[in-house]
Design a protein around this ligand. Structure first.
Ligand code: IPM
Ligand code: MN
Length: 352
């Protein structure tokens, strides 16, 4: 066969991960046109760890690095001490594959109710460009006199010129894309974090000169939380560091309608990117068919866009929009439909 062919690594992971991944792959199958995909399953997550002690062995990371893209369900399990799967699987993959952009669109789809009744659909359409390779996540730091009354715990925020510049440039380039509104907001805490914040602000000011058509501004992270509720339309592209990006994108998910609808991509523009629903494993819903698969389906849409398959991605987008209009809620167990029924609605809407 000639034509475009992609190897997609699939990590169903833990909890409700496998259930939402199934729906994402169902949608992929339906919208695929003009290209072929081979899915390569990766057995990673709590079960493997409890069985063998392996989290993400180096050979598996090397195998992931040979994929064209990775589709991840969720990792985390109440049987495993917090931090093990998060650091040694999720963060090891992000860092090991140098997925330095964490791209998190915050979009309000038609018919979705949120906790903020004053928002209209057109008010919520922004994208958070979260730095994904350094900051407080770099693992720098340590204990001193651990377990004593004089214990010291240091957790360092590492910010490199290279790391800051590449994420800021990514944000500017994104702001210039036809579907965006040419505005870039730096979100940080420059009034207190006077070293890291200063580096970010200087880089934004410098790079801004190369993008005269992009309006730039700055908002402190605490004020950004207020604006997410009070005036989200003031944001188009937000660039922020790893920790702040983690926090504000949970709030972002809530103004979309809930964690069930929020998708994200861990992107290495020159390498292998990994797409995931940002909501986690939802242990209470595991195995019940009550979890919302739209976040995973949205992650599949982003995966297709990253591969350059815009038509297929547009079809997924239409499918999601058709589905949200027929669902009672984005929250697990309150959708009025089962997980697979939501997937079927997306397929029907995508192909209409
Ligand atoms: C996320 C998650 C992860 C993060 C955790 C699970 C390590 O909260 O993807 O937002 O902090 O990045
Ligand atoms: Mn998070």
């Amino acid at each position: 066969m000639t034509g475009r062919a992609y190897a997609i690594g699939v990590i169903p992971g833990d909890g409700t991960g496998p259930e939402v991944v199934r729906e994402g792959l169902k949608v992929l199958d339906a919208v695929r046109d003009g290209f072929s995909t081979e899915t390569v399953a990766f057995d990673l997550g709590a079960d493997r760890y409890l069985r063998t002690g392996d989290v993400l062995p180096d050979e598996e990371l090397e195998r992931l690095a040979t994929m064209d893209a990775i589709f991840l369900g969720a990792v985390g399990d109440p049987r495993v001490k917090p931090g093990i799967l998060e650091r040694d699987l999720l963060l090891k993959a992000r860092f090991g594959l140098d997925q330095w952009v964490n791209l998190r669109p915050v979009v309000r789809y038609p018919g979705v109710e949120t906790l903020v009744p004053s928002h209209a659909e057109e008010d919520v359409n922004l994208v958070v460009v979260r730095e994904n390779s350094e900051g407080l996540y770099s693992g720098g730091g340590g204990f001193h006199r651990k377990g004593t009354a004089h214990e010291v715990a240091v957790q360092e925020s590492i910010n490199t010129r290279h790391g800051v510049e590449r994420i800021v440039r990514y944000g500017f380039a994104l702001a210039m894309q036809p579907h965006r509104r040419r505005k870039l907001t730096l979100v940080h805490k420059t009034n207190v974090l006077t070293f890291a914040g200063d580096l970010y602000q200087r880089v934004v000011d410098e790079v801004a000169e190369e993008f005269p058509d992009v309006e730039t501004d700055y908002v402190h992270v605490d004020a950004a939380c207020i604006y997410f509720l009070d005036w989200p339309a003031r944001f188009d592209v937000i660039v922020t560091d790893n920790m702040f990006g983690d926090i504000i994108t949970d709030l972002g998910a809530m103004i979309q309608g809930g964690m069930g609808i929020a998708a994200g991509g861990n992107i290495n523009p020159d390498g292998v990117s990994m797409f995931e629903p940002i909501g986690g494993t939802a242990p209470d819903h595991t195995g019940k068919g009550t979890i919302n698969p739209l976040a995973a389906i949205g992650a599949m849409e982003m995966l297709l866009r990253q591969l350059g398959e815009q038509e297929a991605a547009d079809r997924v987008d239409r499918g999601i929009r058709a589905a949200t209009q027929q669902m009672k809620s984005m929250r697990a167990g309150e959708m009025g439909l089962s997980t697979s029924e939501v997937g079927d609605l997306v397929v029907a809407g995508a192909m209409a």
